[in-house]
Design a protein around this ligand. Sequence first.
Ligand code: NAD
Length: 237
Amino acid sequence: MPYERIVILTGAGISAESGIPTFRDKGGLWSKYDLEEVATPEGFSRQPDLVHEFYNARRKDLLRVKPNAAHYALARLEREYPGEVLLVTQNVDDLHERAGSRRLLHMHGELLKIRCEACQGVFPERGAVSTKTPCPGCGVVGRLRPHVVWFGEMPFHLEEIYQALGRCDLFLAIGTSGTVYPAAGFVEIARRAGAWCVELNLEPSAVTELFHEHHFGPASEVVPAYVERLLKKARSC
Ligand code: NAD
């Protein structure tokens, strides 16, 4: 087997071909909204209804789209690879799960969940939420928020992620610009641990020089091709 422990980091680029705009797409969704207003705790305290409306619309969009070949290829890798495969995603969509990935950490939270700031309960949510919606757990009104990590907040599962990065021998970064930390720093940790680091992206990321190998192109093409090669190598060992 060429590698025993694989860690894969995915970003918005892997879901772009499913129809979910990335942050930096020209004319994309995010260029129409002020990030300070919809993706920070301060923005939420200033205008909670505007922030709820933004995430309600994102949820509605997400329910209309489907995983693409790149999501399916990573689920296949998890199923068929003889070693450990851990998927860490910055995406808040559920396209990895829908494609079949199971060993998956959502470091920036999940769009299809809400959290109550009164009881700290986390609940599934596929519809619309407002400041008038009572918490499904404790019943308190006006304390629900999207279960996503905003700028300035601590990502989820960091301890588990750092542990896996420190032990991995292959690190893949897929569809991520390398500009949002701490995820942009994962390659450095994996590299220090001795892992072979591979970037699969449409174009070189901001941390591209830290990778040993690069495959540039749309995720729906480069990811299935890379997975196929990895599985073939594992079978021949
Ligand atoms: P980003 O928007 O900063 O970068 C996306 C990267 O993907 C870019 O480097 C771009 O070149 C590449 N890309 C675009 N289309 C691609 C394609 N078809 N195939 C391969 N690569 C492609 O996104 P990021 O690095 O994930 O970081 C920013 C933040 O964006 C994260 O915190 C994430 O939570 C958030 N975000 C998530 C979603 C989602 O859940 N789907 C969507 C938008 C933003």
